[in-house]
Design a binder for this molecule. Sequence first.
Ligand code: ZN
Length: 697
Amino acid sequence: MENPKRYLVTAALPYANGPVHIGHLAGCYIPADIYVRYLRAQKRDVKFVGGSDEHGVPITIRAMKEGITPQQVVDKFHSIIKASMTQMGISFDIYSRTSNKVHHETASAFFKKMYDDGLFEEKETEQFYDEKARTFLADRYITGTCPVCGNPNAYGDQCEKCGSTLSPEQLIDPRSTLSDAVPVKRKTKHWYFPLQNYEPWLKTWILEGHTEWKNNVFGQCKSWLDNGLQSRAMTRDSNWGIKVPLPDAEGKVLYVWFDAPIGYISATKELTEQWADYWCQEDTKLVHFIGKDNIVFHCIIFPAMLKAHGGFVLPDNVPANEFLNIEGEKVSTSRNWAVWVNEYVKDFPGCEDVLRYVLCANAPETKDNDFTWKDFQDRNNSELVNIFGNFVNRTWVLMHKLCGGKVPKLHEDILDEKDKILIEEIQTAKVKIEKNIEEFKFRDALFEVIDLSRKGNKYMQEKEPWIVAKQLAENPLAQKSIDNCLHLCLQLTANLAIFINPFLPTTATKMLGMMKVVDKMLDWNNAGKIKLLSIGYSLREPQLLFRKIEDAEIAAQVQKLKSGLVKTTEQKMEETKQPAEVQPASNLKPEIVYDDFDKIDLKVGTIVTAEKVEKADKLLKLQIDLGFEVRTVVSGIALHYQPEAIVGKQVVVVANLAPRKMRGIESNGMILMSEDKAGKLHFVSPESITDNGSGVK
Ligand SMILES: [Zn+2]
């Protein structure tokens, strides 16, 4: 949408059944917050709404297991989640909750209008029921023996051991996870939303009208639409949730995925009396930030609901991210394999911006990505401390030493080529950062900010004001040269504060303090200008923006993660009353078929050159001869091999891997390495020398 009059930005409603982890932050809260802070700096009209999703079966089950009420469960986690959001600087205009009265009324009215318009199908079906716990059972809450592999703890929807998709009927000896009772079938009536009626419209709206959506989002929508849509029940049997507003609907509530997205509307109502401007005016740009598991609900079901109800705007974009894995494994809350935000802020006080930085620089924007504590440390120490922080600190120290703590003059008469290039770089960076943010490419935008500070370091290194200072007696232009260098470095710092602000707001505020200027300087309007700090203005003493993160802190986090895993595995064994030896620890990934393997193109190649990558102590930049071409590959092996020792070595390369930029260098492939128990890496090489370019099967 070109030049919308106002923006409404939403971030997925976290489920109030546990705290949030860094996968949630990386998936939608940090990207949404960056986008919103950028729009606010642009002085555009924007509202950022969110809240806790507090209904659904898992909450009632948790309450039952802990012997408390569902309300107590959601009260506890809503306040933990809300505090985590505030601590991480996620700047919602309102963070509400779906148990609020206004939401119950809004969702209820929404359902009633659709019902009155005759948009639901009423169907009676048979469903499994737990007579002891007196509740209907979702498939997930029925366990039994897997008919495929014999796993005694398969779920009613899936066997986690062999991966088979199941239905409760297929389980041998099924029982309820709530009471251990044998489930029985009971008749129940529900209201179904016939999604297939909206299929032609959805096809036109998405597949023709929104080709600009991210590939992962567009692809998932296309696959749903190609497979054909079906009626979906919009009500459930439960006593926890929004009561179905019809007579004869005792014990029935709205399906949580019917009511939750309406929560965005309710939250906007709570926020402003002008809520209808944001929801009902065509010139509003509505953007939903979510994780990939929510794509179908935000791109297909909710828009179909909005369309069916009528009178609301539809999302203009849904920039969903993929998943963030931790140390090479999928996040699992049941195994406690996660980095919890409420624990991070305690373990790393004052380092909220570091986490924001790492989760954006390594965001799973186009594919699943991996978070490792080592990478967290490397990015902090080499990028934030050594590049960005170092540039700002050097500028401040030298300005105090060589210019009396004041903004020096800019002598236009002696501006040289390097000065002019730096000024141009600031302006170019602005254009690139804007374009990337508007296209939801936050990683690339952040890279440009860091790259600009890297250019500042290079400029200062070339101008060497501390050397020029030794020539003050004999060289009449020396002071002018120093002035120009530091003047431009200070103006660059002011620009960096504007550029970093959407990403690392606390850091930007610290920089404002050093410059003794007010928030207004951060207006995006000011970006690219080199007259932000007035000549002669005196500035404060430097303040360290980032601190180094030590090996011991990282080791402690890895230990914490692994011990959490052990503990919950023990608890699980306790629960399932399985002797330990029955469950061997396996680190195998899920089974694949040959076709999956066949997609990988492995080739033998010879390393022809190897060199260290500046400021990245793990990385080597390699040129590899693949027979048909010589490729640049960046490889994280610098801690294990000296560059000179591996030239001439034959290795196996994943030759059809999508290119990836690492520290500004495009890497075109990956070398196969084997990692031993001690974490040491070993090359996987042909047993005898062979032709470069030979395939590996
Ligand atoms: Zn199985």
